[in-house]
Write a protein that binds this ligand. Structure first.
Ligand SMILES: Nc1ncnc2c1ncn2[C@@H]1O[C@H](COP(=O)(O)OP(=O)(O)OP(=O)(O)O)[C@@H](O)[C@H]1O
Length: 249
């Protein structure tokens, strides 16, 4: 479903601070795969994620989604299929608007300019049904301001908003790194449930090796812009936590 062919990225080409962030990535990610990417700082994980999202263009190589070459397609054009959740729970939501209004904005994200969605009883009921999936008791608080929620609640709602509509690919860039352990667990479990309920293809970038071990059905280690390890579902199932920690020793 996601095809990455011979992907290279050089930042600041020809300058003293030239940096080869990606050094030839070949990767096929199938529909429904949940790929976890680990790797040391600067190994190219976010650059790769940004290229799938379309916010950075490659120096060379190509990316396709469902057979369509998207290498030159702008990020907003890809946002119909691709949703992203970032580390900071404050990004991606409007703190001064209610939960309901945030959902309305999210629903408009993939609609043509000028399209309107009224906050009527039907829309509210739909949103409440979706929020109830989180089991966080937020479905009866849809008029509460987004900014008054905890980081974990906000990140869980961000996840939910991001997988609405036609989204088929979910990119998670350290979504729980800024949260306390309990909230981080809630967010990771929410992501896991949504990925399986909505049958999404997902890529998680994380430094948390426990999460990398627990979640996903494929694991990749990047180093200096290349893929060092790539374990499929069966191989990941036999990977021990010690093996994984050993990748970084
Ligand atoms: N916009 C940019 N301009 C210049 N260099 C960049 C830019 N973005 C990333 N780099 C460099 O490219 C390399 C890969 O960065 P990237 O952020 O992809 O790594 P990462 O594996 O996500 O790191 P981390 O785990 O620290 O987030 C790093 O050396 C980084 O400094």
């Amino acid at each position: 479903m996601i095809g990455i062919t011979s992907l290279y990225k050089t930042f600041n080409k020809g300058q003293p601070n030239e940096m080869n962030a990606l050094n030839g990535i070949d990767l096929q990610i199938n529909q429904g795969e949940y790929v976890v990417i680990v790797g040391s700082n600067g190994s190219g994980k976010s650059t790769l994620l940004n290229m799938v999202a379309g916010s950075i263009s490659p120096t060379s190589g190509g990316i396709s989604i469902d057979g369509t070459d998207v290498t030159k397609m702008a990020d907003h054009s890809r946002s119909r299929w691709i949703a992203r959740v970032f580390q900071n729970p404050l990004s991606g939501t409007a703190p001064d608007l209610s939960i309901l209004d945030n959902f309305r904005l999210a629903a408009l994200r993939t609609q043509p300019k000028g399209f309107k969605i009224g906050v009527n009883a039907g829309f509210k009921k739909q949103v409440q049904e979706k929020i109830a999936l989180l089991n966080m008791g937020l479905e009866n608080k849809t008029h509460q301001l987004m900014g008054s929620l905890s980081g974990g609640q906000r990140q869980a709602l961000t996840l939910l908003m991001s997988v609405m509509d036609d989204c088929r690919i979910l990119l998670l860039d350290e979504p729980s790194a800024a949260l306390d352990p309990r909230s981080a667990n809630v967010v990771m479990q929410t992501a896991d449930k949504l990925i399986s309920d909505f049958k999404l293809t997902a890529i998680l970038v994380t430094h948390n090796l426990k999460d990398a071990y627990t979640y996903g059905n494929r694991i990749i280690q990047m180093q200096e812009g290349i893929i060092l390890h790539d374990l499929n579902s069966a191989q990941k199932a036999t990977l021990t936590q010690n093996d994984l920690f050993g990748w970084f020793s």
